[in-house]
Design a protein around this ligand. Structure first.
Ligand code: UDP
Ligand code: MG
Length: 313
């Protein structure tokens, strides 16, 4: 059943204030593409405030393979990738960041693996030098933590630079959760997966759009999307603390009955009250986190709103 139709590859790039990076990125990608397949670019403007959108318009006039979606406001990186996948026409898609941190020269390698039959080709960052110490450390901790908590294994340093076969894209299109953690979803979906490791480049121009706070939020979204173990933690902590206080109670009875010492120390009382209070607040926060997510998810609002688009040939 050989058809002569060339396969179409959709290259999806989320762009938030990336006007300085888009042309170099485009050039870098075009340089590595061959004639064996057809390509479309889906550039998703995630509510940029700089000249990103007008540049995208210009690019789509110059090259009919370039298509764009433009959001009504900033909806975030994960939603921008989701939109790209929702609109892509390709037999497979490749998502990569606009800032050239994900080296386009890897694209032929990803496609090669796809041709060998892999349905997901994800990439893992070889964290040697491009990222700062703090980012490296927090990222390591995050993967250790999430893999301890959740039953879906997510590779250390997985990036949103990946190839997905049409089958996987179709499944992702069905996902409508608001708190997206695509690398987790892709790991969770299964299919025939393989990975390629890469050396990240420095961000080409501009600053990272992920502040420490946003990274932390993203980490919490990742964990709460794939595990409910934190909810159970209060049960275990409660049991441990109850056991300890029971033992201490026995000790107090023993001291009162069988010795002539008196138990003193309001310091230890205050410390234990604060300890319990602190744990209760943390656990309430954990419950609140899940409850809040449930509340938002329950509204079933769309993941993004498109103000303008040019998805025609
Ligand atoms: N991005 C986006 N919306 C956002 C934040 C980022 O579309 O709200 C895009 C950004 O333009 C880039 C990619 O997501 O293409 C990764 O962002 P960034 O490089 O700032 O993150 P980092 O590499 O520092 O984790
Ligand atoms: Mg980056």
């Amino acid at each position: 059943m050989t058809t002569n139709r060339k396969k179409l590859v959709s290259i999806i790039v989320p762009c938030f204030n990336e006007e300085e990076n888009l042309l170099p990125l485009y050039q870098n990608i075009v340089d590595v593409l061959d004639d064996e397949m057809n390509y479309e670019f889906i550039l998703v403007d995630d509510g940029s405030q700089d000249g990103t959108l007008s540049l995208l318009k210009q690019m789509s006039i110059n090259d009919s393979r370039v298509k764009y979606l433009s959001f009504s406001r900033n909806f975030g990186h994960q939603n921008a990738i989701k939109a790209g996948i929702d609109f892509a026409q390709g037999d497979c898609s490749i998502t990569l960041d606009a800032d050239l941190q994900h080296p386009p020269k890897l694209i032929p390698q990803l496609l090669q693996l796809w041709k060998q039959g892999y349905e997901v080709v994800y990439t893992t960052r070889d964290d040697s030098d491009a990222n700062g110490f703090l980012k490296k450390l927090t990222s390591r901790l995050f993967y250790v933590f999430i893999n301890k908590l959740s039953s879906t294994y997510i590779h250390q340093g997985s990036a949103d630079f990946r190839l997905l076969d049409r089958k996987v894209m179709n499944e992702l299109q069905k996902v409508t959760e608001n708190y997206l953690f695509i690398r987790g979803l892709v790991a969770w979906m299964g299919f025939k997966q393989t990975s390629v490791s890469y050396q990240p480049n420095e961000r080409f121009k501009g600053k990272s759009k992920y502040s420490f706070y946003k990274m932390a939020r993203f980490a919490i979204i990742g964990i709460t999307s794939f595990s409910i173990k934190p909810l159970r933690m209060s049960l275990y902590l409660g049991l441990v603390i109850a056991l300890l206080s029971f033992i201490y109670g026995l000790y107090a009875v023993f001291v009162t009955l069988f010795t002539d010492k008196a138990l003193v120390g309001w310091g230890s009382i205050i410390a234990s009250i604060l300890f319990i209070g602190g744990i209760q607040l943390v656990m309430l926060g954990v419950v609140g986190e899940y409850l809040g997510k449930l509340f938002i998810e329950n509204k079933r609002r769309p993941n993004y709103i498109i103000r303008e688009q040019n998805m025609t040939e």
